[in-house]
Write a protein that binds this ligand. Sequence first.
Ligand SMILES: *Cc1c(COP(=O)(O)O)cnc(C)c1O
Length: 376
Amino acid sequence: MNEKMQRFLDTCTDSDPFLVVDVDIVERNYLELRRLLPLARVFYATKANPAEEIVERLAGIGSSFDVASPGEIDLCLNSGVTPDRISYGSTIKKKTDIAFAYGKGVRLFAFDSDAELEKLAAAAPGARVFCRVLMECEGAEWPLSRKFGCSPRMAADLLVRARKLGLDPYGISFHVGSQQTDLSQWDSAVAQVAQMFTILHDEDVDLRMINLGGGFPARYRSDVPALEAYAQAITQAMTKHFGNNLPEMIIEPGRGLVGDAGVIQAEVVLISRKDYEDDRRWVYLDIGKFSGLAETMDEAIKYRLLTPRDGGPTGPVSIAGPTCDSADILYEKADYQLPLDLAVGDKVRILSAGAYTTTYSSVGFNGFPPLKSYCI
Ligand SMILES: *Cc1c(COP(=O)(O)O)cnc(C)c1O
């Protein structure tokens, strides 16, 4: 944690849990990705953290944006983003929302089905469209599963049909799964896409763009490969499968830009045991699954925790949130250890919490306020 962040946390007198994001770190992460992948246009996945300060900063240094709703489109436009820097990357859109985007000048849309293509043809005539293909997401800590994308052979048919419907079949997208630590995933994905470019070329459809999605990591409890290694895996995959004929490249980092830029400060509400001989303590925090830590679902994302008593002896704990819902347990199986002298009232800092937290927070379950956020 840098000095600026440390100072803010030490002097903040908030009694409710909050997230603080250092926007300079977001900027640095963006510039680093640009440096490592100079041929790729960066579309920030707005949903990862839509704080105005973050969107404005990224807008100011040239980023483009991946959005999924009229709300996110307005957010971007109000932050000075021109519509040619917006990609409507959700494959699940209402026709009225497509029309809204089109009316605002957005001309780039994702789809993964025939029915969505029909909607696009009607509400966004002539727009550039790209088809999302299904990925296995193996190795990802937060897989995006089978919900998005279609098989390559269906995607090829749909792209041919897109042209018949008066749309511009622009390219293909995939997402290897969020917090992806298996770098070989990009190679197999790019291989599939390159093959589709060839198949479609034979159908007289010349695609121009590959959208490599997100998947770039934040540093949670386990180590992750360096960003350089990600960039290298992507660059190697592109040259191996496309040779000198590189298409336009798009990446859509969310977690990788904002995750490590944020810290949550929470407080210990209760420490207890379930029986006299239990050596496992239950540590209840004033933040849980319903106030921002939804990605602890199935203990998928394992945040690093700091306490004021680190350094001394530790013991096993289960960690839970404050609400009256038994689903509100953060970690029971993931072998978390906390200091034996941890006490009620201690502040707990949750590191790398800048992505997918504030917006996952409920509006007031059990009367607890939504997660506050500061940008510094
Ligand atoms: C959420 C999302 C992303 C961002 O994924 P990260 O793994 O957080 O980088 C990128 N693209 C699309 C289409 C998304 O829905």
